[in-house]
Every structure is written in structure tokens, then in C-alpha cells.
Design a protein around this ligand. Structure first.
Ligand code: FRU
Length: 498
């Protein structure tokens, strides 16, 4: 690989010319301002999230030519703070026999001998899904490995389908490279572990899930595995398709989950606790984690969902990423916090006196805004529902409240604006919820960005993320209590300006 010249493929040049010629035709009305979005065309999963040569790199599944999923390239951006992203040339395009059927599917990045390596799934002839490598000396131009695929059809372990074998996540442990590949084995989702000394020659270690571990898997692929280490514990993340809803959880057809536990590196088995939802909102998928040099474990994800209408598609672009989150473990629970860098973009602090509510809706004119951060504490009273309305105006508002009857926090986008509906057979498809923290007062932090909302509950022990397509003038905020009393304390709002 070292000896190969950088020759930019015709497919990459074509993509760049198309983007340059057409990006000004895109309508920006729905575009978030401090979240990573497609410049033009379609994006889905984040890929290759990593630190390399002093900057944070993020790649993503990218079809530059249309605002729907199509021939998949890897788009590429870099950042110093995960808030402002600089666009770099498209990194990978489908241009080889092993990736030119559907493209360069999801994968990850790792640094070896000063080079940035991307490992991705090539979907080529006969729709085979094979794991491939590309490398770069400068973090901009990538050369595909001449001996691709490195985990090919012949290396697919017994029981797995070579057409459902994708999304390699590479990490190093004790000087050995491990790769987790999402697949299906004997009809159920699973994750296959491989190991390698050099990133090029891989051997199968084993499957993560054994019989008897039925709670972890569904009948779809365990897509986009990822993994983090916290002390002596590991967290395994993945996105299982078609997981059955359970007690209010996993209500999207495509869920994002995590398990706290540890891998057995001799057998590949992951032994862990309960299956938990990474984000219980509507629009969150394919999370990927990385570790920064300052020790932080950070996560990004696609803030969109398969099979739902995406209003911005009509404007020439589709897809957005979450604001990256810092991760920590508290007991067996993941704690998620927006990256601290967001605080540097806060402006115009507004604070409200404590608000006593009694069966009323109280507008807070000073809290208006659609690029903002709002935090407050709900102190439970006698109200059946108590909470906040945002993206509010005309006939629209999005509601987030503590529901005393179900003791849960509910996000309701039924009156938010454009109706967003997928294939979920769910009669209340506009509602998502999580169990309320057990305390009498609940801390909430909300990030709003034109068409997005990320809601951190109980200091990040649960998160609800959603796309919201309201009218441009729907930027009001109100607090409310229904059927009794409640108190809102410590309410604060900042404008976020990038
Ligand atoms: C998940 C996914 C991956 C695949 C990619 C294709 O969203 O289906 O499994 O690699 O999208 O774009």
C-alpha cells in the first residue's frame, strides 16, 4: 500500500464537480446552523469518526447526486471543536468492482504508523458485502488497498450471510486490532469479531451473542457496531433493525442500543447487562464513538430515521448529525452530555425567576429562538402534565413534559409542523417517552437548531432527539401545567451563534 501513488479516481472528480456546480441550488430554509448537515444531496451514518494529526475527522455516508439514498460515497469534514466543520473533498467513491454496485458502506477509522486508515464495506458484484481498506498520509486523499477486500466473501464466518455483513468498527487493544462487523447469523442479528496484527490479514474470533442471549438481538442486522472502554468495563453500541418494542422502548423500526459489559477476547462473546436504548427519540441512528487525546469518549450519530418523509429532500439536501456528545458511565447507565465546546458559542443569557404554574400555559417571550439552549428543572406538583412548549407559534408547538400518570417524560411532536411518519405501526407515532428520573425535580437541557431538538433528561441519563419542521416564525417558548400545579426552577436560555 505504501508504494501506491495517489490517483484521484474519475468517480471522485465527478462527485466534486457535481457538488461545486450544484451546491448553490440548494434551499437552506430547514438547515440547522450548528449541526453537521449535507451541503447538497443525502447523508446517513457517520463513519470514521476520529482524531488525526491534531483535528477531528468525521466521514459520512453520502450520495452527492440526490437527496435520497443512492450510490454511496464517503463525505468528509474536519473540525477543531465538533461544532464548526470544514468540508474536505469526498474521500471514497464507488469505483472498484468490489464496491461499485451500491457503494462504500459504513465503517470506521484508525491511525497506524502515522497514516489514517479507513475500513469500510464495499458492496460490489453480486451485492456481496466485503470489508475494504483505504489509507491516507495527509488526511485528505485516500488510496484504496490493492489487495481489497481484506475480509472477503471467503472469510465470512459460518452462519453469516455475505450479503448482510457490514459496517466494520476497528479499534486497538493491547497492540492488536479488532474489528466488529454487523451481520445476521442463523436468522438473527449478530456481531462478528475479527482480529489482526496489521489491519490487512484478519482472522475470525467469534460472535458476540450466543444462544440464550435472546434479549440482545432481533431478526434484522445488528448494524453499525461501535465500542468504548470505561475503566475495566466496555460498552457495546449497535443499531438493530426490527427490534420489537418493549414497554415503551425501541419504538423505532431501527433502534440504537448499548450494553455495558465486556468482551471475551478468546471467543468474541460479549457478556453484559440489560439492553438499553442509546437515545429514545424519533431520529437517532448508527451511533459511533471515538476517544480524543484529552481522554474524552465522544459519540456522534445520524439524526434522522430510515423510511420517514424528510421535508428538506424537496430542497436538495437530506440528513443531519447530532451534536457530538461526551460519554460517561454511571453504574450501568450511559451519561450523555453535549460536547463542552458548545458553551463557547453561547450568547445572550436569559434567566427567569422561579415559575409557579397552576393549570396554565405561561409564555416566556425572552426565551424565544430557534438556535438556542434552554435548561430548567421541573419540580413535580399535583399537575398531570408539566413541562415546556418550544418551536411555538401560530398553530404549532412541540411539547416535552413530565407525565404523572405514566411517571415518564414525554416528547410530543403531533402539532410540531410537517407531519413526519415512517413505517412504524404505531397509533401514536408522534410520541416518544422515557421513564422519569425518580427524583421530585427533573433537570432538562434542550438544544434547538432550526429543525432539530436534542433533549437531555436527568443530567443526560436519557436523551430524546427529534427533527421538527415548524414554520420559520415558530420560535416561541412557554411552560405549562395541566390539571394541577408544578414549579419550573433555574430556567435559563442562551442563543447559540456559530
Ligand atoms: C445503516 C446502514 C448501514 C450501511 C449504510 C448504507 O444506516 O444501513 O448498515 O452500511 O446504512 O448507507
Amino acid at each position: 500500500m505504501e508504494k501506491e501513488k495517489t490517483v484521484v479516481s474519475a468517480a471522485l472528480t465527478k462527485a466534486e464537480s457535481y457538488i461545486a456546480a450544484n451546491k448553490n441550488k440548494v434551499n437552506f430554509r430547514y438547515r440547522p446552523r450548528y449541526h453537521l448537515t449535507a451541503e447538497i444531496g443525502w447523508i446517513n451514518d457517520p463513519n470514521g469518526f476520529c482524531w488525526y494529526n491534531g483535528r477531528i475527522h468525521e466521514f459520512f455516508q453520502y450520495n452527492p447526486y440526490d437527496s435520497v439514498w443512492g450510490p454511496i460515497h464517503w463525505g468528509h469534514v474536519v473540525s477543531d471543536d465538533m461544532i464548526k466543520w470544514e468540508r474536505l473533498p469526498v474521500a471514497l467513491a464507488p469505483d472498484m468492482q468490489y464496491d461499485d454496485r451500491f457503494g462504500c458502506f459504513s465503517g470506521s477509522a484508525t491511525v497506524k504508523d502515522g497514516k489514517l486508515f479507513l475500513m469500510y464495506t464495499g458492496v460490489g458484484k453480486e451485492e456481496l458485502q466485503q470489508q475494504c481498506l483505504a489509507a491516507s498520509d495527509d488526511g485528505v486523499n485516500f488510496v484504496k488497498f490493492s489487495e481489497n477486500p481484506v475480509i472477503g466473501e471467503d472469510n465470512v464466518p459460518d452462519g453469516a450471510s455475505p450479503k448482510d455483513f457490514r459496517d466494520p468498527f476497528v479499534y486497538v487493544r493491547d497492540g492488536i486490532y479488532y474489528c466488529l462487523v454487523g451481520t445476521k447469523c442463523a436468522g438473527y442479528g449478530n456481531i462478528a469479531m475479527f482480529r489482526s496484527d496489521d489491519l490487512k490479514n484478519w482472522s475470525f474470533v467469534g460472535y458476540a451473542f450466543r444462544q440464550g442471549k435472546g434479549q440482545y438481538v432481533s431478526e434484522g442486522v445488528c448494524e453499525c457496531p461501535s465500542r468504548a472502554q470505561f475503566g475495566d468495563r466496555e460498552v457495546l453500541f449497535y443499531s438493530p433493525q426490527f427490534l420489537k418494542p418493549q414497554a415503551g422502548k425501541f419504538r423505532n423500526i431501527h433502534s440504537s442500543v448499548y450494553i455495558v459489559g465486556s468482551f471475551n477476547y478468546d471467543t468474541g462473546e460479549f457478556v453484559g447487562g440489560e439492553l438499553q436504548e442509546t437515545d429514545s427519540g424519533f431520529d437517532f441512528y448508527a451511533s459511533q464513538v471515538t476517544v480524543l487525546p484529552d481522554g474524552r469518549t465522544v459519540m456522534t450519530a445520524w439524526m434522522q430515521m430510515w423510511d420517514r418523509n424528510i421535508p428538506s429532500s424537496a430542497d436538495g439536501w437530506a440528513g443531519c448529525m447530532i451534536l457530538p456528545r461526551e460519554l460517561a458511565l454511571k453504574g450501568d447507565r450511559l451519561i450523555q452530555t453535549p460536547v463542552r465546546e458548545i458553551k463557547l458559542y453561547r450568547e445572550g443569557e436569559c434567566a427567569a425567576e422561579d415559575i409557579q404554574l397552576e393549570s396554565e400555559v405561561r409564555q416566556l417571550p425572552a426565551f424565544y429562538g430557534d438556535s438556542s439552549e434552554i435548561s430548567f428543572t421541573i419540580c413535580k406538583g399535583t399537575a398531570k402534565k408539566s413541562g415546556i412548549e418550544f418551536y411555538r407559534g401560530g398553530t404549532h408547538c412541540t411539547r416535552l413534559y413530565y407525565d404523572a400518570t405514566s411517571d415518564s417524560i414525554v416528547l410530543d411532536r403531533g402539532c410540531s409542523g410537517v407531519d413526519l411518519k415512517g413505517k412504524e405501526q404505531d397509533e401514536i407515532y408522534w410520541v416518544r417517552s422515557v421513564a422519569a428520573p425518580s427524583d421530585d425535580s427533573i433537570d432538562i437541557r434542550i438544544l434547538l437548531d432550526n429543525t432539530t431538538a436534542e433533549i437531555f433528561i436527568g443530567n443526560g441519563q436519557s436523551v430524546l432527539s427529534a427533527n421538527i419542521y415548524a414554520d420559520a416564525t415558530d420560535d416561541g417558548v412557554a411552560f405549562f401545567a395541566e390539571g394541577g400545579t408544578a414549579e419550573i426552577k433555574n430556567a435559563k436560555k442562551f442563543t447559540i451563534r456559530v
